[in-house]
Write a protein that binds this ligand. Structure first.
Ligand code: SF4
Length: 191
């Protein structure tokens, strides 16, 4: 058997369980055999990164290939950052996919200035609203020349990326922001 971190942890976990039960005077054999096989796999394993914060812990996602549904998510024991551990928030990753309480917000909520009520907007409405505000702010704050030098930028808009963005999304986001002339571009993982 090829020994990697995951199989090593599974094997030593089983051995530790067996040693404890033996100490308590119980018959070890069936328990050890069960413990070694106690993690049934129901699908294909994919690796991913927890989207919740800038620590960037690794997780494995188990997908039932018959149904295409995610059946399990846990910390990735092979990942150098978290070595299999997830914090309490990361441990709830599965709820992104499966939310029986249906408490996640799935639509855009907008509260107009001076009001106390939240109004539901479609994504089309929200994106149009954002685009109009970006255009207005950019036009009002555009600097073409500074101290005789062409700078072509706006310091009136900032962009803050979040941990849910992966490398490719960050790349595209920075390209888009630079193309609009932004200079204040940051990422949550750095602050
Ligand atoms: S598991 Fe916790 S610490 Fe790790 S990235 Fe997710 S939220 Fe951050």
């Amino acid at each position: 058997m090829e020994l990697n971190r995951r199989s090593f942890l599974a094997a030593t976990g089983a051995a530790g369980t067996g040693a404890l039960l033996g100490f308590l005077g119980l018959d070890l054999q069936p328990s050890v055999a069960y413990a070694a096989d106690a993690k049934p796999r129901r699908g294909k394993i994919y690796t991913t990164i927890c989207p919740y914060c800038g620590v960037g812990c690794g997780a494995t996602v188990e997908v039932d290939e018959q149904t295409g549904k995610i059946v399990h998510i846990e910390g990735d024991a092979d990942h150098p950052i978290n070595e299999g551990a997830l914090c309490s928030k990361g441990s709830s990753l599965f709820q992104i996919h499966d939310d029986p309480t249906n408490r996640r917000l799935r639509t855009v909520k907008h509260r107009k200035p001076g009001t106390g009520d939240w109004e539901e907007l479609s994504w089309d409405q929200a994106i149009k609203m954002i685009a109009e505000r970006i255009k207005k702010t950019r036009d009002e704050t555009w600097v073409g020349q500074h101290n005789g030098q062409t700078v072509n930028h706006t310091s009136g808009i900032g962009c803050l990326g979040g941990a849910a963005l992966d490398t490719e999304e960050c790349y595209l986001l920075v390209k888009a922001m630079r193309a609009m002339g932004l200079v204040w571009i940051e990422h949550q993982a750095r602050i």
